[in-house]
Design a protein around this ligand. Structure first.
Ligand SMILES: Cc1cc2nc3c(=O)[nH]c(=O)nc-3n(C[C@H](O)[C@H](O)[C@H](O)COP(=O)(O)O)c2cc1C
Length: 221
């Protein structure tokens, strides 16, 4: 597989098989992703992987908390808030495609909420990872974390491993810290659930479009 194939093949996957990914494969991916570039070579990323029993306990704690009405309290403002114009339109189109694939209409609030709660179960993935960086750092360093995240996702694709980046997993940092090592002073920016794709799962049929080139690029002679 070449890089172009990996970029074109990667998609957000939300239905997984229960089989875990061998730990040496996960380690090898992160070992390789360390070579991602960063501003001033600061390498501000920290990735905390959770599997097995710790993952199960964390899922229970987050899910029960969310079900009981524990309010999300991310350390960074979450994405998707305050969007305007075409960005809001794209967000709506994304939601319509996602919920529509699952046969849920826009007005079916309860069903949407139910589906959204799967975020707290890592969409059934056997592993989750939390990406954090020092909380005091300027938001420009979030770029570094994003590059690292995509590098991990593409390396996973190359190894037949599917993943789901989740801003939602930044919502309950206090709960996460009880089960996962997050360095002192770090803020969680997002999570990444991963494992092997459940190929037949309806939820994985939600394929997202992209804007055409002329809407996102210019080429000045
Ligand atoms: C930083 C980031 C945060 C995201 N957060 C969530 C999330 O919380 N829950 C979710 O189901 N998908 C989440 N997604 C997945 C996006 O919805 C998805 O990437 C987008 O719709 C494009 O689809 P694709 O990844 O399949 O190409 C997130 C993606 C990124 C990059």
């Amino acid at each position: 597989m070449n890089v172009t194939e990996a970029v074109m093949t990667r998609a957000t996957i939300r239905g997984f098989k229960p089989e875990p990914v061998p730990e040496d494969v996960i380690r090898e991916v992160i070992e390789t992703a360390r070579h991602a570039p960063s501003n001033g070579n600061t390498q501000p990323w920290y990735i905390s992987v959770v599997s097995g029993e710790a993952r199960a306990k964390l899922e229970k704690a987050i899910f029960e908390g969310a079900a009981k009405g524990l309010k999300p309290h991310p350390q960074w403002p979450p994405g998707g808030i305050g969007l305007q114009g075409i960005y809001k339109e794209r967000q709506y189109a994304c939601a319509d495609r996602y919920y529509g694939t699952m046969g849920i209409q826009r007005h079916e609030k309860e069903k949407r909420e139910e589906l959204s709660m799967r975020n707290w179960k890592f969409f059934g993935a056997p592993h989750a990872a939390f990406l954090s960086m020092p909380n005091y750092m300027h938001r420009a360093h979030a770029l570094d974390l994003g590059i690292f995240l995509q590098t991990v996702m593409l390396l996973f694709v190359e190894r037949g491993i599917a993943s789901c980046p989740q801003g939602a997993l930044a919502a309950f940092p206090d709960v996460v810290r009880k089960f996962v090592h997050i360095p002192e002073g770090n803020a969680i920016l997002c999570g990444l659930s991963f494992g092997y794709e459940d190929v037949g799962a309806q939820i994985n049929k939600a394929k997202m479009d992209r804007e055409p080139l002329e809407n996102i690029a210019s080429f000045s002679p």
